[in-house]
Write a protein that binds this ligand. Structure first.
Ligand SMILES: [Mg+2]
Length: 246
């Protein structure tokens, strides 16, 4: 008898939360960027220095806070309260009935549905609650700011921990959608079976405190990596047609 006999045989569909379950057009990433910038400045950095370091940490670690905890003595929970905790999310996002319907149409006898976020659990739960999706997500893997040297996407360890948490041992059974190309590529390299890059071509987002225009070239190279690119979550009904109730 193998140790996997008790494992749930269903694949898991992992959804990123920020800028995936809501559009970059909400400008939430800009509001986050401003707060994180203010946090860097509060550490005694000049404006330009703060911008540069913010962007460098984001690019290097996938999360500005990851750099802050490595190179500065800061309390990640204080950071979370001041940055994500003060976002006026209720003014920026609201329940989206067609998104809720999309989740409801996923056949749960075929797959499990989890969220995988670089945010702390407070922010993640808040977004899911405002979007009225809390009951549609069976499990949440978040970035645990309370753990010293916490990991985050796109670090392979974060994905491995996520699989452990969800009790799934076969990476091929992990499906994943995220708006960060880096995060998707990392999952794909770990063998996650079906990876989708949510890419809202034409919109602007803020990454590491800098405005990034999502050009028309988002699809380039994706096929080579075996990654699907979509601009609307409704397209999941096509790319993952088999997981939806017919
Ligand atoms: Mg995201």
């Amino acid at each position: 008898m193998s140790i996997n006999d008790s494992e749930d045989p269903r694949p898991i569909v992992w959804f990123d939360i920020d800028n995936t379950l809501y559009s970059a057009s909400t400008k939430i990433s800009a509001a986050m960027g401003q707060r994180i910038h203010a946090y860097f400045v509060s550490l005694g950095l000049e404006e330009q220095e703060a911008s540069d370091l913010h962007h460098r940490y984001y690019s290097q670690y996938g999360l500005a806070l990851r750099g802050l905890t490595r190179h500065h003595e800061i309390d990640p929970m204080d950071f979370d309260r001041k940055c994500d905790g003060t976002l006026p999310l209720e003014d920026l996002i609201k329940p989206n009935p067609s998104l809720r319907k999309l989740f409801q149409d996923i056949d749960r006898s075929k797959v499990r549905v989890w969220a995988l976020t670089n945010a702390y659990k407070n922010h993640a739960s808040r977004v899911l609650r405002i979007l009225d999706l809390e009951d549609q997500i069976e499990g949440l893997v978040y970035c645990d700011y309370e753990v010293a040297n916490f990991t985050c996407k796109p670090e392979p360890e974060f994905y491995r921990n996520a699989m452990k948490r969800a009790g799934i041992s076969d990476p091929a059974k992990c499906y994943f959608v995220d708006d960060s190309r880096l995060n998707v590529v990392s999952a794909k390299r770990l063998g996650w079976g079906r990876c989708v890059h949510f890419y809202e071509s034409g919109l602007e987002t803020v990454e590491g405190g800098k405005i990034k225009r999502l050009g028309l070239d988002g699809q380039q190279g994706a096929e080579k990596e075996g990654i699907e690119v979509i601009s609307d979550l409704e397209q999941l009904r096509v790319v993952w047609a088999d997981i939806f109730a017919s």
